[in-house]
Design a protein around this ligand. Structure first.
Ligand code: A3P
Length: 284
């Protein structure tokens, strides 16, 4: 059943989002031991979560194979997720798609470790279109053309990609923030996992690293019911419409966007990203 967005401070959200995000922003206490995954939706969030969880267990897959990903690293912006986070022992693992201005303020004076994953926004559009067809907790696009227009206007869950990325990128250079891209993970997953484990302060043996790598491949995650979203309740997702672990590749947008869409996107991208230094992203 299609639904509409929940609007908070001019930003559209899923209907399952905590309505009082301002209280969360002002009241939630981030701890120095926390490990937080942040992203704009469809950027590879669940891939990073899996990597972080497996680094924590030093490659032992029993946790990722027995507990669903949204309980291992819950969403802070949902009531159920927040409840789980509040029950976690240190180090707590949690996830968010919140834009910087709505995230709990205590983060900015804490030493919590934050990993922000970015992805070529053109691929974010394609992945988002397919995913948002399935979601029952948000507005559903009737076509890629429609979703493309919404995306450019920021009328998609969690708002404008440009504002989200631009907002969080203000934190670059802080030593407790790691920015990593989906494309970088694809290009060299071994080096990426090593970089993440170093950032988290966990030294992995060669065998442990191999085990992490084995369990975070697209196929391993697709086959793992704890990570492939097949166990998301039917009230949230129409599983018949698309699969969460869809293609898992970089550059699919080239096969899906028309030339006119691609040109229109480039124009908006150049305008919106003009203030950022060139060469910041692997897709540029
Ligand atoms: P596609 O729809 O392009 O396949 P998020 O977790 O932020 O919602 O992102 C979902 C996207 O990440 C999907 O992209 C999904 O297939 C991809 N993904 C998840 N795990 C992956 C993995 N292990 N390897 C490659 N891509 C992965």
């Amino acid at each position: 059943m299609a639904t509409d967005y929940l609007w908070i401070e001019g930003i559209p959200f899923h209907t399952t989002t905590i309505r009082d995000l301002r209280s969360l922003r002002d009241g939630f206490v981030v701890r120095d031991e926390d490990v937080i995954t942040l992203s704009y939706p469809k950027s590879g969030t669940n891939w990073i979560k899996e990597i972080i969880n497996l680094i924590h267990t030093r490659g032992d897959p029993s946790w990722v194979q027995s507990v669903v990903s949204w309980e291992r690293s819950p969403w802070i912006e949902t009531p159920e997720g927040l409840e789980l986070i509040e029950k976690q022992k240190d180090p707590r693992f949690y996830t968010s798609h919140l834009p910087v201005q709505l995230f709990p303020k205590s983060l900015f004076t804490s030493k919590a470790k934050v990993i922000y994953i970015l992805r070529n926004p053109r691929d974010v559009i394609i992945s988002g279109y397919h995913f948002h067809k399935t979601l029952k907790i948000t507005r559903n696009p009737s076509s890629l053309e429609e979703y493309f227009e919404w995306f450019l206007r920021g009328h998609v869950p969690f708002g404008s990609w440009f504002d989200h990325v631009g907002g969080w990128l203000q934190m670059r250079g802080k030593e407790n923030f790691l920015f990593i891209s989906y494309e970088e993970l694809h290009q060299d997953i071994r080096a990426s996992v090593e970089k993440i484990s170093q950032f988290l302060g966990t030294k992995l043996s060669p065998e442990q690293l191999d085990s992490v790598l084995k369990n975070v491949t697209f196929q391993a995650m697709k086959d793992n019911n704890m990570s492939n979203f097949s166990l998301v309740p039917d009230i949230h997702i129409d599983h018949s419409k698309a699969c969460f672990m869809r293609k898992g590749i970089a550059g699919d947008w080239k096969n899906q966007l028309t030339e006119a869409q691609s040109e229109a996107f480039d124009k908006v991208y150049q305008e919106k990203m003009a203030g950022l230094p060139p060469g910041l992203f692997p897709w540029e």
